[in-house]
Design a protein around this ligand. Structure first.
Ligand SMILES: Nc1nc2c(ncn2[C@@H]2O[C@H](COP(=O)(O)OP(=O)(O)O)[C@@H](O)[C@H]2O)c(=O)[nH]1
Ligand SMILES: [Mg+2]
Length: 690
């Protein structure tokens, strides 16, 4: 069992393509954890092992690289950079104690860098920056280093400088120990002299580093001010403390592809990054009364673990990833799922390594472990002991924003799709599946186009079923704004017994919040009592496919006040038909209108995109409710018709190059403006003729 002080849990986060997966692969290989150097480009990455990831050559899932280095257990969680998979980033941040923001040395800070930075801010994660790809043409460490101050308010401190540039990039200078290293083909480090012409630069940047940390230690500060030689251990302690507290963000550099700087990065992780016992603990509460339960990152505290990810495989079944937060746990034991209030049997514990697993006996606080075939546990649940029950805060996943209607490619596959999606939901909490009762469509909501396409590909690959998608139908409704009366006589004489029913009714907006009211004001038996339910039935059936454009009718009060009957020819059928026709006539005379769902939309964008986003919203018939600055962003609140928002995930991304995010929620129904309504009615009528 590892000792808590020797564990490091590190999340790699960044814009897509900055080299997170490559960096994790290099660490795995150079630490001796694998005998081949996995490559995303060759499709033999150990971390991007999922078929969808190999196809697209991007990470979709958070994946774990367990690394043994200098008797430390480092768990690297590699996350996807693509916007649609931000749920994986949030889960990974909850399972780690330190985030490393990887930045490409050519393109510098990108949209995705800012987005992941904001997530790390939200979790108050300490972090480091790794400037990667220094071997590439036009790579510029110093440009990126200066950019950091422009974009983020943290206190950045350089710990390393690059040796050589672009294709001559061969090593790094360690500013703390004033030593330089070059790296061989296999990533091994050799100490070398710092080139004489770099000494000024080294002094300058070392001073920045020292300035950022010496104040933490009075003795150190004294020595520093008096120009004395600094005690290396005191200095190291001060830097480590500043990093763990998030006071300083160390900036490191290297090349994940060639391995330059990678072993040194692992040294930095061991020496300066927080152990689980250095990290703040989440607040655990008692499941019954919400009172706080004390936990600690030591073996003899109450056991608590967070299920932060679930993977499903049609053959192997379910695999749950746990971050042990407090206490310890043995494999093949019984635990308590306090989120669901049920017992759960743990099988063998594993250390996950990409798609592989290494068996272990027990896991102590701070560990990340995998366990197969949990029956009850879903992503976000807490596992604890029955004797000391407690609940950890859940992982907050973003709400899905991009909707499509889903239907099977071949008839009869509905059930297969349904059960496949339910299995996929176990591993991906960022999509939802719902039937819209009004449009009778199966609606899949996800984070964006790429997310939806991955879900469809998984359905096909894992469950052998194909689905087609289309933009969802908008659940328009029909209603009235005025009042009208109508009379209808249903009379048929087709030999034998005839049909006769006479109905006179009034239709008007409802008096209170009722969506539908049927009032019987028949006097003196103009329609016999037994036929009145038939009239109502005729009305209700007609309301399901309204007279205007076949959308459901809502918000009407129907008053039946007169009619007539025939002692022989009247029947339920006749009164139903008369009720239906009278309703249609009255409805069309009572200022009928279409109404549409309006959404509450909250959009978060950088200031510079305000004009474009507002312009686009105005074209979408939006009513702006307010705008206000929030942190580095502007937040716009608006009410926008659902019909205009079906592709907003794509529109906003293209307007803001992905910087914008938004949420939306149903607000209310509102009358559709005349010219828009005419188009919808025309389309509905054209549809009817098909
Ligand atoms: N030249 C160069 N290419 C790199 C380096 N690191 C990663 N790459 C390439 O950049 C691309 C994206 O890398 P990947 O690790 O998938 O990035 P991720 O999206 O952050 O996981 C791949 O083609 C890598 O081979 C590096 O240090 N130097
Ligand atoms: Mg990746």
């Amino acid at each position: 069992m590892s000792s808590v002080e020797k564990i490091r849990n590190v999340g790699l986060i960044s814009h897509s393509g900055a080299g997170k997966t490559s960096l994790a692969e290099s660490m795995l290989y150079l630490s001796g954890g694998t005998n081949r150097w996995g490559s995303v480009d060759d499709g033999n990455s150990i971390l991007d092992f999922d078929a969808e990831e190999k196809d697209r050559q991007v990470s979709i899932n958070a994946a774990i690289a367990p690394i043994s280095w200098r008797d430390h257990d480092i768990n690297i969680i590699d996350t996807p950079g693509y916007f649609d998979f931000v749920g994986e980033v949030r889960a990974a941040l909850r399972a780690t104690d330190m985030a490393v923001v990887t930045i490409e040395a050519v393109s510098g800070v990108e949209v995705g860098t800012e987005l992941v930075w904001d997530h790390a801010d939200e979790y108050e994660m300490p972090r480091a920056v790794f400037i990667n790809k220094l071997d590439r043409e036009n790579a510029d460490f110093f440009k990126v280093f200066d950019q950091l101050d422009e974009y983020f308010s943290s206190n950045f401190a350089p710990m390393q400088l690059p040796l050589g540039e672009e294709e001559d990039f061969s090593g790094i200078v360690d500013l703390l120990n004033i030593k330089a290293y070059t790296y061989d083909e296999e990533g091994g480090a050799q100490e070398t002299d710092i080139p004489a012409d770099m000494m000024d630069e080294v002094e300058e940047y070392r001073e920045q580093l020292l300035d950022a940390v010496v104040e933490r230690d009075d003795e150190l500060l004294m020595m520093y001010l008096e120009g004395e030689e600094l005690d290396p251990d005191a200095l190291k302690g001060a830097i480590r403390g500043a990093i763990i507290d998030g006071e300083v963000v160390p900036v490191l550099c290297g090349s994940a592809a060639s391995g330059v700087g990678v072993v040194t990065f692992m040294d930095v992780i061991c020496d300066y990054f927080p152990a689980p016992s250095d990290a703040p603990l989440p607040t655990a509460v008692h499941p019954d009364d919400g009172s706080e339960v004390e936990i600690a990152a030591v073996p003899d505290a109450p056991f608590a673990a967070l299920a932060f990810k679930t993977m499903t495989d049609p053959y192997v079944g379910r695999m749950t990833l746990l971050r042990v937060v407090s206490g310890q746990v043995k494999g093949n034991s019984e635990v308590f799922n306090s989120s669901q209030g049920v017992k759960e049997s743990l099988g063998q514990l594993f250390v996950p390594k990409g798609s592989d697993q290494i068996s272990i006996e027990e896991a102590v606080a701070g560990s990340i472990v995998a366990v197969a075939k949990l029956q009850e546990t879903a992503t976000g649940d807490t596992l604890c002991s029955k004797e000391e029950p407690l609940v950890l805060p859940r992982i907050e996943f973003p709400d899905p924003i991009y909707q499509v209607a889903l239907r099977p490619e071949s008839r009869g596959d509905e059930e297969k799709i349904g059960s496949g999606l339910n299995r996929l939901l176990e591993e991906d909490p960022t999509f939802t599946m719902q039937r819209n009762a009004e449009t009778n469509e199966q609606i899949l909501s996800g984070m964006g186009e790429m997310h939806v396409s991955v879900i469809l590909a998984r359905l096909e690959r894992k469950f052998g079923v194909n689905a087609q998608i289309s933009p969802p139908k908008i659940p328009y409704r029909e209603t009235i704004r005025g009042q009208a009366e109508a009379y209808y006589r249903h009379k048929k004489q087709t030999g034998g017994r005839g049909q006769f029913g006479e109905v006179e009714l009034r239709i008007e907006p409802p008096t209170d919040d009722e969506s539908f009211e049927f009032v019987d004001e028949i006097f003196g038996g103009a329609i016999p009592n037994q036929f009145i339910p038939a009239v109502e039935k005729g009305v209700v059936e007609t309301m399901q496919e309204g007279p205007l454009a076949s959308y459901p009718v809502t918000d009407v009060r129907v008053v039946l006040f007169d009619g007539g009957y025939h002692p022989v020819d009247s029947s339920e059928h006749a009164f139903k038909a008369a009720g239906s026709q009278a309703f249609k006539k009255a409805f069309l005379d009572a200022e009928p209108v279409l109404s549409e769902p309006i959404m509450d939309v909250e959009i978060r964008i950088p200031e510079e995109h305000m004009g474009d986003v507002i312009g686009d919203l105005n074209r979408k018939r939006a009513k702006i409710q307010g705008m206000e600055p929030e942190g580095r962003s502007q937040v716009i609140r608006a009410k926008v018709p659902a019909a205009e928002m079906t592709r907003y995930a794509i529109d906003l991304r293209s307007i803001t190059q992905g910087r914008g995010t938004y949420t939306l929620e149903f607000s209310h129904y509102e009358v559709v403006p005349q010219e828009v309504a005419e188009r919808i009615i025309e389309e509905a009528q054209a549809g009817d003729e098909d």
